[in-house]
Ligand binder design. Structure first.
Ligand code: GAR
Length: 202
């Protein structure tokens, strides 16, 4: 049985697309069973619909509180009985209810080399700092901002003439490969978390 992935998105969904493409091969070992978003009308949802994957949308503005949104999001995700929840460009922090229900099997991909440059502006912050190498980090989500245990990292150079868009695009190319490889291995081989360290395989 392939592992069941629920993927949460907020934007263009190119990381989601990479997972959908990989999962088309039965040997990949995982299938995307649902895609959720915190906003309607985004390309990420359109990609899911084109692939015939069920979608759901839950806006914070439609809930009584942020905590109510988090609890309802958690419930919607649980309906699809995921083995792994993948935050792929999901621009919201999940909260207590979500982690109580799904914690330990939620991963997020971040466009910087953790622990550097956490938060919403990883590529811009790396560029402003002047680092020569940056990249992307896949991590197990905890209650902090991009602080969870690291599953995988990939690096790219920062070029002298980069702006935020060119740098982020270069990161995203490497990020998609890392995400597909790592999620596939997590699905096929399992993983363990020991303190700060994540080990793939049984
Ligand atoms: C990705 O680079 C992802 O790491 C980043 O948004 C991009 C989404 O691209 N996520 C964050 O910055 C989360 N803090 P995509 O929608 O094309 O997959």
């Amino acid at each position: 049985m392939p592992a069941r992935l629920v993927v949460l998105v907020s934007g263009s969904g190119t990381n989601l697309q990479a997972l959908l493409d990989a999962a088309a091969d039965p040997g990949y070992g995982a299938e995307v069973v649902a895609v959720g978003a915190d906003r309607p009308g985004i390309e990420g949802l359109a990609r899911a619909e084109r692939a015939g994957v069920p979608t759901f949308v839950l806006r914070v503005a439609d809930c009584e509180s942020r905590a109510a949104w988090d609890a309802e999001l958690s419930r919607l995700v649980a309906e699809h009985e995921p083995d792994l929840v993948v935050l792929a460009g999901f621009m919201k922090l999940v909260g207590e209810s979500f982690l109580a229900r799904h914690g330990g099997r939620v991963v997020n991909t971040h466009p910087a080399l953790s622990p550097s440059f956490p938060g919403m502006h990883g590529p811009a912050d790396a560029l402003a700092y002047g680092v020569k190498v940056t990249g992307a980090t896949l991590f197990v989500v905890d209650a902090g901002v991009d602080t969870g245990q690291i599953v995988a990292q990939t690096t790219v150079p920062v070029e002298d003439d980069d702006d935020v868009d060119t740098l982020h695009e270069r990161i995203k190319v490497a990020e998609r490969t890392m995400l597909v490889e790592s999620v596939g291995r997590m699905a096929r081989e399992g993983f363990t978390v020991d303190g700060r360290r994540v080990r793939l395989g049984r």
